[in-house]
Write a protein that binds this ligand. Structure first.
Ligand code: NAD
Length: 252
């Protein structure tokens, strides 16, 4: 993909699933990667995997609810590799699956804190650093739950709709400064997050697959290629867009 080679990418949630696959894809395309995650062991494993393939990566322990951790990630990109060109704000959790009136404040606050505040805090740190070097590209992870409702997931759905709103707002504010901001909306992707709910309810997973036009789960690498494309010069006129990558799930 054009324009990725030689750039610097910050990826949150890089210890697992979609974040790890995207960190690896950025590195394969020639970017240096700052891998950020609360999971130190998984994050360091991502860095080792990238390095063993000849890529360049650094791990920064990050809780996306902590603003100084996010500032440290941006600083690591600039200090270690010279700039911040791409950011993939992807760390997220599903939270407890319970009906509306049974949602307690703790679950609501935790999901909103990580999935929505975490993206806002991250962008607030990333944008000035990107503008400093003439622009860049941000991709935020929303979900098809960012455009559709799902039962028993009210905080998750609210947080992912919020990510779409933040993405559009930042795109309107900064696209004339050379900074594009988009969101990726994964469908049901085979990652540890989905494996956990599959273990709890295998029948529900079968039913979900039956409802996907592509008749299968997506792979993390299929999200990674959309994210890196959105960051590349091949997507130079794409900004503010919520892009579903979902095997057709959201078109029905
Ligand atoms: P995953 O559980 O495999 O990975 C999530 C990563 O986020 C983990 O490495 C975890 O340690 C990290 N994380 C969690 N809380 C954090 C925090 N406070 N600070 C820093 N890191 C933290 O899940 P995944 O499926 O790869 O999910 C990645 C993103 O994709 C999430 O935002 C999720 O909501 C979204 N998503 C996933 C699917 C899916 O089907 N897998 C679908 C739609 C959207």
């Amino acid at each position: 993909m054009n324009g990725i080679d030689g750039g610097v990418a910050l990826v949150s949630g890089a210890a697992s699933g979609i974040g790890r696959a995207t960190a690896q894809r950025f590195a394969e395309e020639g970017a240096s990667v700052v891998a950020a995650d609360i999971d130190v062991e998984g994050g360091e494993e991502t860095v080792s995997q990238i390095e063993s393939e000849g890529g360049e990566a650094t791990f920064v322990e990050t809780d996306v609810t902590n603003e100084s951790d996010l500032a440290a990630g941006v600083e690591a990109a600039v200090d270690t590799y010279g700039s911040l060109d791409f950011a993939f704000n992807n760390a997220g959790i599903e939270g407890d699956k319970v009906s509306f009136s049974d949602q307690d404040n703790a679950n609501w606050n935790r999901v909103l804190d990580i999935n929505l505040n975490g993206v806002f805090f991250a962008m607030r740190e990333e944008i000035p650093a990107m503008l400093e070097s003439g622009g860049g590209a941000i991709v935020n992870t929303s979900s098809i739950a960012g455009i559709l409702g799902f039962p028993n997931l009210s905080p998750y759905v609210a947080s992912k709709h919020g990510v779409v709103g933040l993405t559009k707002t930042a795109a309107v504010e900064f696209s004339s400064d050379g900074l594009r901001v988009n969101a990726v909306l994964p469908g049901v992707i085979e990652t540890p997050m989905v494996a956990r709910s599959g273990e709890q309810d295998p029948e529900a997973t079968e039913q979900t697959i039956a409802g996907i036009p592509a008749s299968r789960l997506g792979q993390p690498e299929e999200i990674a290629s959309a994210v890196v494309w959105l960051c590349s010069e091949d997507a130079s006129y794409v900004t503010g867009q919520p892009l579903p990558v979902d095997g057709g799930y959201s078109i029905q």
